[in-house]
Ligand binder design. Sequence first.
Ligand code: A2P
Length: 303
Amino acid sequence: MEIPRVALGTYLMGDCDAPIMHALTKANYKHIDCAEFYQNEKEVGDALAKVFATGQVKREDIWITSKIWNHHHYKGDAGKYCRETLKKLQVDYLDLYLIHWPCTFAKTEDDNPMPRDSDGKIIHNYSVSVLDMWAEMEQLVEEGLVKHIGVSNFSIEMLERMRFDPRVKIQPYCVQVEYNLYMQQEALRMYCEFRGMYMEGYSPLGTSGWAKSGKPNLLADPVLNAVASELGKTPAQVELKFLLQISPKTVVLPKSTNPERIALNNSLDFELSDDQISRLKACERCQRYVDGHSMGFSFADDY
Ligand code: A2P
């Protein structure tokens, strides 16, 4: 199965049953994006079990992605935590398993995903390279627990180093990064196209956090709204279509719990003109809503 290009994001989803049921049985979604860090894989798994119980959707009809978190980069962790994720999601394989960030946090007795020192700084462990654990990710493919492996929040330089690292036998299927109107990822997008990799985009709608961050609301962008009224579509539809149309190797992961918006976000059967594409490309600000550095993550040279 080739990766379906629109996925339902599940971060901060709260009650998972209704949105997942709606997406998979009514709104034609074929892809659910999860992660250990979201701390709701059990709820997502319960929702998936209810969907499969309807008989309308089979496991093999959909694509399920999960990600391993930064404090689980130690020997034996990939197998252990992939199995935990499978158990929570109540499935026997993942279509895609990602390394969530290119950095390793300390492992604490209470298995804290965000271990902090007395100054509140995140405690990293620079002696563990995520490339050392890549071999364990490859092992999961061999064991049939996952179909594909990939990375998230990696730069072109990191991907290039993976390309030439003798430890790496299977190159990443994709890289998942922030991707939206204000963070268009042109260089990484071109790189992925060139290498035949997928670039998956999180926060494609600018996330719900924009108001708190003091950053502009992407969906209120005047150019986006002008194009949306020309086409008789919503700004979110135009934005998602733009992100998919400018490269054949992109995937978008919009999250919504609202049935109408879930359906709209996957109703993208229209085209933008070249002129509309150029105007939207000119909206680039190279601005992140989700910034690892401002969350206190640090990326060592040998990650
Ligand atoms: P809601 O769940 O109420 O629909 P992102 O995927 O970029 O993180 O954005 C998720 C946020 O965007 C959520 O707050 C979600 O709220 C909102 N959202 C999702 N789809 C749409 C849409 N079509 N129009 C406006 N807001 C949306």
